[in-house]
Design a binder for this molecule. Sequence first.
Ligand code: C2E
Ligand code: CA
Ligand code: CA
Length: 826
Amino acid sequence: MAHKKLLIYQSPISKIAVENRSLLLPPIDQPLAVSRIKRGSFLYKLFHLQLIDHVPEAKDREWWARCRLEHICITPYLTYDLLRIAILAAIFATFMPLPFMLAMMVSGGCIAMCQVHVDRRYRNQTHSNRENLALVRRVVLARTLHLAVLNAIALFNAPADLLIVLVPIAVMLMWIEAVALLAIPRAAVLSAAINGLAILIPMSLAGTATAAGAAMVAVASFFTIHWAVFHLHYMFATRRLRTRKLTEANDTIQLLLNQYDQDGSDWLFECSEKGRILRPSPRFCEAAGQTAETLEGMQLLDLFYDSPERDELRLMGGQDQSFQRLVVPVIIDRKKRWWSISARKVTSSDGERRYWRGFVADVTRARAAEEKVTYMAHYDVLTDLPNRALFNSSVSRAFARRKDNGLVAILAIDLDHFKQINDSFGHAGGDRALRQAGERIEALARPGMLVARIGGDEFAVLIEGPASREQVIAFADTVVEAMNDPVEIEGQKAQLGACVGVAFAPADGTSGDEVMQAADLALYQAKANGRRAAVLFDKSMQERFQERRKLEVDLRSALVRGELQLHYQPLVDTQTTQVVGYEALLRWNHPVRGSVSPDEFVPIAEETGQIVSIGAWVLREALAEASRWPDHLTVSVNLSPVQTRGGADLYTTIVQALAASNVSAHRLELEITETVLMQENQETIALLHKIRALGVQIALDDFGIGYSSLNYLRAFPFDKIKIDRRFVGDMAVREDSDAIVRAVIALATQLNMRTTAEGVENTEQLERIRETQCTQLQGYLFSRAVPAEQLTHRQATFERMQTSPIAHLSANRVRGNSGAEQRHSA
Ligand code: C2E
Ligand code: CA
Ligand code: CA
């Protein structure tokens, strides 16, 4: 905008009418004469030239003064002045008197001396440029006045025929002076005005036609000079000031770019249109590990090794469009790095060449982080096996490309004792076990099989294509076998073991989801069977699963709807056969199914975690019932491993239930199974000690069915051992069972623990047990579990039974017929 205003030439006079404050030059730059002219007067308008739009900044004034001085001082004024005086003197001498000539020579000498002074001051730099410029202005004024006065007198006195020579010389000098001074335009215009007047005045007085013509030439010259000076100064000023601004800007940019190259991880680069590197920066050389000489002129593409990304870069280089952040791999010092390149095509300032300019960033770190994130999204970091997400997508893909009769098999694998390993060896140990398990499965897998870790201790295998059904089954068996070998953790061997569920497409399902669910159900069945084995899916599993689902849903509301009930089964003293207490056993009276066995619903409640609230209810209910019994009768309550895992919650529940019922703690007996101790860790043991410290008795239930039961006797000082009913039942028929029961009872007696023989059903068993030191008996021979209101503890003794236990048993059965127990008994 500013330039535009300047470029349109307006007559200096009309232009002056345009109000413009900013253009008043600072006083020091104003020639004295001009600054004294009255504002708004014609002279003011004439000399106050609005020449430049950009007043130099304060810091640039000195530089600006120097520019102008340099320009003025190009003219060798001293020589010029001497030459001028000499020529004029030669002409004037023909018609002027001697005194004039002498005065002219003397004053000319003075002016020359002034000029010598100016030149010296300029050369020696003794004064500031602005001071020098002010001096120059004064000397210019003096020289101009000197010449003008001499000229005017000479022209006035000149013979008419000489005017034809003198006037052109005077006009020529007027031009030379003004143009030479274009760097100080007001001085130039003033000089033109004075020189013009020196012609105009004598010519007007002469009154001849030639003189009148000469006067008009002087006036016209003045205005033309005014116009010329305006333009020339404009060009001079804008060029100098603009060049300065550009240089400054360039310097700043260069500085910033250098900084950018040095500090950043990015660097700039230039390439010819053909892709040859131009002027590589030090940062570029350093990043590329090459010298500037090697890089200069080298094909940019040659830096990168053959890769799809490099091909893309080549493609981009062949086009005209700019490109952004193209990430290309590069090998530097035998290490792979990633460079992100952005570039655009530019045209050189002369408009002749086209070349690429852009910047490169080393994004190796970001790229590595990105790769890690992608890896973690698809792989399990611990085992380096594909994770569930990748397994699922692989299954989907396998089903998408499966041909009509193509076989796809899925194996679901679950480790058996992972939790125990985790508890005894800590998480690091657990991780090692998982890694070893993963490695074993992976080692067995053949090409075309995908092994994945899909959860905590769950693995899965996807088998596609040529394998036959038999091969898949054989593979599943080898997995089970391989897992039977103990794993080694911190130099110790630990038993792992695995169950495997196998399902096939198309037999067991046609979609990935269906087959995976089938494999899960088969696995579930394998676990329920309790043996380390591979189980094939069959349709009945689906039905059972759905049944179970329904039960699960119903169980959720069972407690609130009051469908749960406790039955009580007496424990009798072996010697006296008096009832010493009762075991509380849960019953679920399902509105549709009738009585549901705890063997069926307790595992569901454990799986869903409902056993915690149900168990708390059992404790409160059983203790509330026991509070109505004679003080010598104990109450036994079964605890689930899930409850003991709850820790502090269980303890609080027990304390609150005891407090609420007002039953003394020693009358409460808690029955736990080996499974509670299998999750053996310090916390569980500590919790049991804490409970026992309340005075509560702790019994080990179902003793003998686990394979390392004896070990658990050392883990905790139980008050009682309950020998599992399967051993008691077998006593009469199997010699070894009989021996085991006797040995266990002997051992417990030695350890100061009481014993209960469970499941005593007939007198033969009774007699055999009576031969031992077994403390208590429990079983159908005495009574089934019955509702609280049918409890016979009022009779307090089963003495009759001693004479006829069978009679008693049948009597019991008759009584049980009316109760819910009957439906439940199997
Ligand atoms: P358990 O703790 O071993 O309970 C004894 C089981 O043996 C009871 O079965 C009882 O009815 C049965 N029984 C008693 N005498 C004889 C006999 O002479 N012959 C035979 N064949 N069986 C006899 P029930 O009531 O079906 O309970 C099964 C299991 O359910 C219990 O086994 C216990 O593990 C669990 N359970 C029952 N109530 C609860 C409870 O409140 N909480 C927890 N966590 N589990 C419970
Ligand atoms: Ca029990
Ligand atoms: Ca038992």
